[in-house]
Design a protein around this ligand. Structure first.
Ligand code: APR
Length: 239
């Protein structure tokens, strides 16, 4: 029985990695409770105090070695495999997260719209390099040898990555699902409105109501590690 294709866009935030042990940004013990965005996540901060910025991201990059993907990451990869192998429709996984847990959970072609901890960007030549170690000791760029490597993270005030591809997918999707994000930061927080404007069904899976909950046709509250596998099983059974 051939099914109509179902084009899916999924957006994840820090909540999808919380049960793996990575801190979220807002809420109890959030990263932004421990330090100010202005001190570690703006171009001005990098200019003013590069050591502090590198210390912040070197610590988060090192923490990646101590955590594992959780059931939500694995379930999303399982859904992606079904969609790709069975041609069940277009698939796009966009994450605001800079960790690599979606990939380690089996997902491929993940769009990291806020960049990646495991990538270094050379401010001199613009080249990017996979990077798992510290940057605080000003290592030379493998391409141009300048000592101007920075975390390949989209700082506040900078343009998120992959926006053209994301906007196109939002305009053509039938289902938009937001997982583990507070809806506090644009442009990601506006994706649900774009998807809904173009006719998509919208679903939110989150521990708590988010700033954008009103825009979703359906919202389910609970931990991603429990909600996402249940939702994936449900979708694979019916779609
Ligand atoms: N399961 C599901 N959701 C969870 C869980 C969990 N186990 N734990 C927390 N959450 C939810 C919280 O309820 C909250 O709504 O995840 C969300 C995390 O919100 P934030 O900490 O604001 O993280 P996020 O939405 O990803 O932040 C967006 O802000 O500071 C910038 O660049 C940073 O990418 C980040 C962006």
């Amino acid at each position: 029985m051939s099914r109509d294709p179902l084009n899916i866009v999924i957006l994840t935030g820090a909540g999808v990695s919380a049960e793996s042990g990575l801190a979220t940004f807002r809420g109890p013990d959030g990263l932004w409770e421990g330090c100010r965005v202005e001190d570690v996540c703006t171009p001005e901060a990098l200019e003013r105090d590069p050591e502090m910025v590198h210390r912040f991201y070197d610590a988060r990059r090192a923490a990646l070695l101590t955590v594992e993907p959780n059931a939500a990451h694995h379930a999303l990869a399982r859904l992606q495999r079904a969609w790709r192998d069975e041609g069940r429709g277009e698939w796009l996984l966009v994450t605001q997260n800079v960790d690599d847990l979606h990939e380690r959970g089996g997902a491929v072609d993940v769009l990291h719209m806020h960049g990646e901890l495991l990538s270094a960007l050379c401010a001199a030549c613009g080249d990017r390099h996979r990077w798992s170690g510290p940057m605080g000791d000003d290592p030379p760029c493998p391409s141009c040898a300048s000592r101007r490597l920075r975390p390949d993270i989209v700082f506040f005030g900078e343009m998120p990555y992959h926006m053209d591809r994301i906007q196109m997918a939002l305009q053509h999707c039938d289902l938009f699902v937001s997982i583990g994000t507070s809806g506090a930061v644009y442009p990601a927080a506006g994706f649900v409105q774009t998807a809904r404007h173009y006719g998509a069904q919208t679903l939110e899976l989150n521990l708590d109501p988010s700033a954008g909950s009103i825009w979703f046709h359906a919202s389910r509250m609970g931990p991603a590690g429990r909600l996402v596998p249940l939702w994936v099983d449900e979708l694979l059974a019916v779609a």
